[in-house]
Design a protein. Sequence first.
Lengths: 584, 605
Amino acid sequence: MAITCKIDGIDVCVADGTSILNAAKEVGLKIPALCYHPDLDAWAACGICVVKMKGSPKLIRACAVPVENGKEYITRDAELVDARKAVLQLILSNHPNDCLLCGRSGNCELQTMAADFGIREQPFAENFEPLERDESTTSLVLNPEKCIKCGRCVLVCQKLQGVYALEFIGRGEKTRLAPAADVKLADSPCIKCGQCSAHCPVGAIYEKDETAKVFEALTNSEKHCVVQIAPAVRVALGEAFGLESGELLTGKMYAALRRLGFDKVFDTNFAADLTIMEEGTEFIHRFTQAPQELPLITSCCPAWVDYMEKYANDLIPNFSTCKSPQQMEGAMIKTYYAQKAGIDPKNIVVVSVMPCTAKKFEVQANDDMSSVLKGVQDVDIAITTRELARMIKQAGIDILSLKEEEVDPLLGTYTGAGTIFGVTGGVMEAALRTAVAKITGKELGKVELDAPRGMDGVKSAELDVGGKKVRIGVAHGMVNIEKVLNEVRAAKKAGKELPYHFIEVMACRGGCIGGGGQPHGATDEVRAKRTAGMYKDDEISKIRCSHNNPEILAAYKDFLVEPNSHKSHELLHRKYNKRPVYNK
Amino acid sequence: MAYKNYCLVCAGTGCHANTGEEIYQELVKKARDLGVEKDVQVVKTGCFGFCEKGPIVKILPEEAFYVHVKPSDAEELIKEHIIKGRMVNRLLYKEDDKKTDTQGKIDDIKFYQKQLRIVLRNCGFINPEDIEEYIGREGYQALAKALTDMTPDQIVEEIKKSGLRGRGGAGFPTWMKWNFSKQSSSDVKYVVCNADEGDPGAYMDRSTIEGDPHSIIEAMTIAAKAIGASQGFVYIRAEYQLAVQRLEIATKQAREYGVLGKDIFGTGFDFDLEIRLGAGAFVCGEETALLASIEGERGIPKPRPPFPAVKGLWGKPTVINNVETYACVPMIILKGGEWFASIGTEKSKGTKVFALTGKIKNSGLVEVPMGTTLRDIIFAIGGGIKDGKKFKAVQTGGPSGGVLTTEKLDTPIDFDNLVAAGSMMGSGGMIVMDEEDCIVDIVRFYLDFSVDESCGKCSPCRIGGRKILNILDKIAEGKGEMDDIKKIKEISEAMKRSSLCALGQTTPNPALSLINFFYDELLAHIQDKKCPAGKCKNLLSFSIVRNTCIGCGLCAKKCPVNAITAEDCEPLPGKKKPPFVIDGKKCIKCGECIAACKFKSVVKL
């Protein structure tokens, strides 16, 4: 049913249930709000988005209240501006005003709003309680002192991710953001996906900054520094430099990394192709010879692996034993590349640039992540897209004016299948491109598959592969996975046909393009643009199936022998462990 | 079997806590020991309302009203009243001014004379732990009528005719809530009773449940019939142990008697209810927070609409009414909406229970028709101010309300008049202040309460309340500035306009009362650095009047910080010893010296 109303004198027609804030957006009115985020149900905490409805004596929250038929709304007048300003000043009086020392300075939503409202003085006495930072994880830092209690992180963690690691503790003015049960974040159910940090409007949750370590390694002349870049970084990095979301920055990014001083620039997309070879082979084996080991569940996403080890460890046997592309690339750099280049792997520092905060956790998740040298990580430092952007700025590199450069050969060349790893459904699509070719013995005419694409939380399809039915499931946004897993559990328990043979899971909404380490401000609009960028990268790729990547073929011929070989298992595969949801 | 006498022992929270249970046990024991257990039935009842005089024992049929009874009085009461038929004069209630020995019927006691008991009709008359007694006083007749003779539409219509408005604070017409829920189509609907009473000093809901739990069960079942619900919840504070216990007994008995549960009265109508304990958060009295708490979520408010009547508990249509509202329902159904509407004022019908506390002679629960004046409640019923002090103001509406002064004493109290006067009905808390109460101090108390009880979700309330309180604290410390008044107004305005729920919107009310009605007293604090009521310690100094001090030194002996010493001088003419003097730097203004001095020589300045 459509609702017709007037907003600031403009006629608006929207679907029933549309909030005043979203209805106003339809006619180009952006009602200021601090706590509202389009990914989440309105929480109505900040009190900034108040508007008037004619005939109602009270101000109402535009974010949470749906428009009513025939009503007239006023979103801006002197009283509303004054009311919003007063609330903003109250919030500011309770917020440490050390903007210059804050990681969000420059793109903080509170700071921006204070500037927009022309706040020039603080009429109310300041008071806030000093609170301890939580730096217990290697991925994220919680600084509850900066928190404005907008609730976004808590809602993201609970409702979008289903993890329930974050909660508000205490009531009233003592309310503070903290890991659930007030334990340290590292001991909480946190999966380090970093969605909290991506949604935080201020500097209360942020990635653990490791840029200094990277600069140090780059400055150390004894170290050979090699960098790898994950697929989704190239479609989002530009946002930090004023480009439109989704704009491909691959070539300029390679150039900037060389300017930063990296000795070799490789691409994680290569390892994505390698993952397809390993995981595709694993799938074909299970599908054709060991159906009792189905479904096969992807393991590229470290937040998902963390979640699975804690919340769904009954399904460990169904997990692909493949490491993530980041870890495969690291292991290949310190073995294959090191041998070819004649460099002692001890002197190689592998830095990865990831759209993800959980990757920081993954580099030291277990002993398998140090598969080349005992006690030395295959990937030494994982930084996020946000950190790379800061490094480029700190180094004074004008990335936009750089000429595009090529990736270094050996572990850099990638196919269209490798690049779409950055988007939900991409791993599935890439794997199927190879699996179908291998099972049927025929290359696909049209490589694009529609079924795994799109923003539905769970996507499923049945595909005909050489006369056999392959049922696939794709889930993104951690909260959506439980439904898929429960279907599997129920079918197994009842001894029924499996609902899925192959399941892809990515913890973040939209996949890695919406990762917790990406530039701030992701909404579905932004995600759509980044996704389009990923598919464009696929389309412009000369080779679009992993098994046709010449560097992959060379790597097997020269080094790995064949997919799932003994060597592959030593370097490219891993084990999983049951872990408690809470550490004691 | 009829008894010669019925001995009703108040077992409301106040009397119960003050040896009421022992009195009951003693009376039972003595009656048995003295062989008259067949002549007298000793019954524990709900609250009589006249809590000032507790523990109270009433003996029927004489209606002897015994006050301040002790367990040791049991023997005398049985021997004299029950056996010999002679009233025990020394325990009988006496009006202060009359000095008469005895009081006859309850109706002769001034405290009760202007009261009209509908909500509290059974409190103090029946044993709340015995369903038979409730049934004996027309209990469950309204339910029978509603289930057998009335359609849901007729029930709602009767409530509409009665003009009943929600007693929880906002005064929303009850029939409208019921009607919204009735009209919402849904497979499941809920009926909820809000017993999360939280205003400081208010205890009418507690007493109603303790004294007459079946009236709530009956009313909720009627509401369920009206809207088509089969499940109810009573959300009650866990601290209300006695009420919870009596409600549990009552629901159990109601199920046994077939007035709750499956196929009630054989009509095929099913309704049952569960008791949910709240952890005592004030904001859980706000309906959306209450529902969240029942659902097991953090008790914090959500934006409305959608209103619970349409989308409430687990997203289903839910009627939520306060205890007192429900308590009116059976009588409305039995006697008709028109009867109820004949009581009260034009827009506020029926009666209202107030918890009268503070510096009042007769503390207690009073139920009066809407439209009764403050003067009648405070002076005629409440007996005026304690210890011959002067009336200063009365705070109504709890922490969300306001403070009313002498000029408002003749205001007929109803929902709308109280708002017009600058306060509100709230749940019916009424705290009376005398001339020695400092209004800045009282307002700080309420702000402190609200700051403590803010749920913390929305920023105007979470931050604003603390800011106002900090400013008031500063003023009480003698560090106030004129600019502070402006700031209080600004913050108050922000909170009223932008807070999500009524708690935040009304938290500044007491502070605004202070500015609007007690400006002179506020100015005295800010400009003259004086507290006219002598409460704000930082604005006081203690001093000894030299020429009346006889130098006895009693004050110095009592002083806990050795701030008082004898002056180093000759005795003043006509005195044997030199006067004493207080060292202002050491003095902690505890008042021990004032209490100690027999000559009233120590004074507050």
